[in-house]
Design a protein around this ligand. Structure first.
Ligand SMILES: Cc1ncc(COP(=O)(O)O)c(C=O)c1O
Length: 372
């Protein structure tokens, strides 16, 4: 039998994930209001929270559907949403068959950039006797996935229209290369705008007008309306935010909803304190795109950074601080990249003020592969 839920943080074993529910609510509402006020459909990416609990709140606030990266996320999220996008190439028979096996009541869309992926997906759709929607992924600067040219994207879209089992729904791109401060994004957004306008023109000329143009990220979230043609946004990180998001100006320090609760386990070495959150609790992501050192920042003492880590040890650099931590003291660390951190834990504690209000499992973490 599991222990009853602790009533306050002092009773929680560390390291543990703690979410300020008021901040989470505010973050969810802000993005929902932004999308509604600009006529954009919101299809949040669940890779940040991996939780049906948070996804249900996003849907209650008007999200059209959800975006996933893994078959596991698709399966778990189909329990709360009947409209799910897999924004990841469905390459490999096992992956294609697994997602095609979703309940038929769930509208499934998949983003892809090759005829091979479309062909595998079409076969899985036919075998499962269902229709799967397709967004053709276009590279507009991220250089990760997506066809490098518009003509190649048109060719993939045309191929999709010829595949039984698939329906061409629209275009997808991910502006993940835009990580500079919001105020410095003008040139990058203009390039994006030009590239997208050219793509839309070609798709119309080819007789394949996309019904949906799906883009969006957290660093560009509040400026999406400056890129005409986008109809749907897929921000993920905005639910919790993190040091990286603060650095881009897409949120403030007080909008960081998730922290890692940790305990000071040693102050033996002068000038530093060691907490029980190392790489296996915090990840090892640098702050990218903008300046920023360390692997996390102490909420209560923002001048203190996690400067070094081992697997279970995080070293707090006290060089810039008057704070004199004692062994057993608790701190909350704002992570650099919250999505990686969530994925490393099993459970989240939700706080209202100083009281633990709820807890929920990170249900869609891991791969959910079936043992043979
Ligand atoms: C395809 C895709 N869409 C949307 C997102 C969400 O971006 P962000 O976390 O910046 O909100 C991601 C993030 O990795 C992504 O890979």
């Amino acid at each position: 039998m599991s222990d009853p839920m602790p009533s306050d943080l002092a009773a929680v074993e560390t390291p543990a994930l703690v979410v300020d529910l008021d901040r989470l609510d505010a973050n969810l509402s802000r993005a929902a209001d932004y999308a509604a006020s600009h006529g954009l459909a919101l299809r949040p990416h669940v890779k940040t929270h991996k939780s049906p609990f948070v996804a249900a709140a996003q849907l209650r606030l008007g999200a059209k559907g959800l975006t996933c990266a893994t078959p596991r996320e698709v399966e778990v999220m189909s329990e709360v949403s009947d409209d799910v996008l897999l924004a990841y190439p469905p390459v490999g028979r096992a992956r294609a068959r697994r997602i095609a096996a979703l309940p038929e009541s769930v509208r499934l869309i998949v983003a892809l950039d090759s005829e091979q992926a479309a062909s595998e997906l079409a076969r899985a759709a036919r075998d499962a006797r269902r229709e799967i929607g397709v967004y053709v992924e276009l590279d507009l600067g991220m250089h990760r996935v997506g066809t490098p040219t518009v003509d190649a994207a048109v060719a993939v879209a045309r191929y999709v229209t010829e595949c039984d089992g698939l329906t061409f729904e629209g275009l997808a791109f991910y502006p993940g290369h835009i990580r500079q401060r919001m105020s410095e994004q003008d040139a990058a957004l203009e390039t994006l705008d030009t590239g997208l306008a050219r793509a839309l023109e070609r798709f119309h000329e080819a007789g394949l007008p996309p019904r949906v143009v799906s883009g969006g990220s957290t660093p560009t979230l509040w400026r999406t309306h400056e890129v005409p043609g986008v109809t749907e946004i897929r921000p993920g990180t905005y639910v919790f935010n993190d040091r990286q998001t603060v650095a881009t100006g897409a949120c403030g320090w007080d909008d960081c909803a998730l922290t890692i609760l940790a305990t000071v386990v040693s102050t033996a070495v002068p000038g530093q304190a060691v907490i029980d959150a190392g790489t296996k609790a915090l990840g090892r992501e640098p702050v990218r795109g903008v300046e920023g050192e360390g692997f996390g920042q102490v909420l209560e003492h923002p001048e203190v950074l996690v400067s070094r880590m081992s697997e279970e040890h995080g070293v707090l650099d006290l060089g810039e601080s008057d704070w004199q931590p004692v062994v057993g003291e608790r701190v909350r660390v704002v992570p650099n990249h919250v999505c990686i951190v969530v994925h490393l834990h099993d459970l989240v504690y939700g706080m209202r003020g100083d009281t633990i209000h709820s807890s929920w499992p990170i249900a869609a973490r891991g791969r959910g592969q079936i043992p043979v």
